[in-house]
Design a protein around this ligand. Structure first.
Ligand SMILES: [Zn+2]
Length: 225
C-alpha cells in the first residue's frame, strides 16, 4: 500500500440502481478499498424495473446478485434502501428512514449522484442523501459524481487517478450482465478518459464537493482544480 491507513475511513457511495455507484465511482471505490478503507454501496432499489429478457418478478433477485458480485470485485459491501425501481418516493417518512439507514453506517465520506439528472431515481437518492447530511449535522464529507447519459450540467473539480484500477471498474460494471454493459460502459470510459486528459492522468473519475462540506482524504495522486 502506498498510503498510510492509520485512519481507516468508511466510505459510502449512494446510487439509484445496482450499477450506478460502480459506473460513476468504481475506480475510486477500488482505490479506497485497496488502501484498506471500508466501502459500502448503498442502492436505492434492487433494479426491479428491468433485467434484460427475464420476467420482472425475477429482476430484484437477479440484480441483487449482480450487485453483490460487483461489490466483491471492488472489495466493498452492498446495502439497499428497499425502494422500488422507477417509483422513488421522496417524502418525510422516506427522508427519515433513509437518514437512519445512512447514519447507521457512520460514514466519513459519502458520494452521491449529481442532482440534475435525467433519471428520477438518481435525483431522488441525491435529495435523500443531502437531506440526511444536513439533518445529521454534516457529519461526513459530501461529494457528487456523474453517470454516463443521465447526468447533466456537471462541472467537477476534484480528480482521482483510476488508470491502474480501470480494469476492475470495468469488471464491476460488466458484472451487471442484465443491463447490457457493452451499451453504456464505453460512454463512462470516454468520460473518465476526458477527465484524465484534463489533469494529466490516463483515466480519472472527477467529483464535486458540496461547498459546505469539509474536504475528504481522497486516494493519493488526486488533483483539485
Ligand atoms: Zn441508475
Amino acid at each position: 500500500m502506498g498510503q498510510s491507513t492509520a485512519t481507516r475511513l468508511k466510505i459510502v457511495v449512494t446510487g439509484g440502481h445496482p450499477g450506478d455507484p460502480e459506473c460513476g465511482c468504481g475506480g475510486t471505490i477500488a482505490r479506497y478499498a485497496d488502501l484498506g478503507h471500508e466501502v459500502v454501496l448503498l442502492y436505492l432499489n434492487r433494479g426491479e424495473g428491468y433485467c434484460g429478457g427475464a420476467s420482472l418478478d425475477r429482476c430484484a433477485s437477479i440484480r441483487t446478485s449482480e450487485a453483490q458480485r460487483a461489490c466483491k470485485i471492488l472489495k466493498s459491501r452492498a446495502i439497499f434502501a428497499d425502494q422500488y425501481d422507477g417509483r422513488a418516493i421522496v417524502d418525510s417518512a422516506h427522508y427519515e428512514s433513509f437518514a437512519k439507514l445512512l447514519a447507521a453506517e457512520r460514514a466519513d465520506v459519502v458520494f452521491t449522484h449529481w442532482p440534475i439528472d435525467r433519471h428520477r431515481d438518481h435525483r431522488a437518492i441525491s435529495a435523500l442523501t443531502v437531506d440526511a447530511w444536513w439533518s445529521g449535522g454534516k457529519s461526513f464529507a459530501l461529494y457528487y459524481y456523474e453517470v454516463a447519459e443521465d447526468t447533466t450540467m456537471f462541472t467537477p473539480a476534484e480528480y482521482v487517478d483510476i488508470a491502474e484500477v480501470e480494469s476492475r471498474r470495468r469488471a464491476a460494471c460488466y458484472a451487471h450482465t442484465s443491463q447490457q454493459p457493452a451499451k453504456w460502459y464505453p460512454k463512462q470510459a470516454e468520460i473518465t478518459r476526458r477527465h484524465g486528459a484534463e489533469v494529466g492522468f490516463g483515466q480519472a473519475e472527477a467529483f464535486l464537493r458540496h461547498p459546505e462540506s469539509r474536504p475528504a482524504q481522497l486516494p493519493a495522486g488526486s488533483k483539485v482544480r
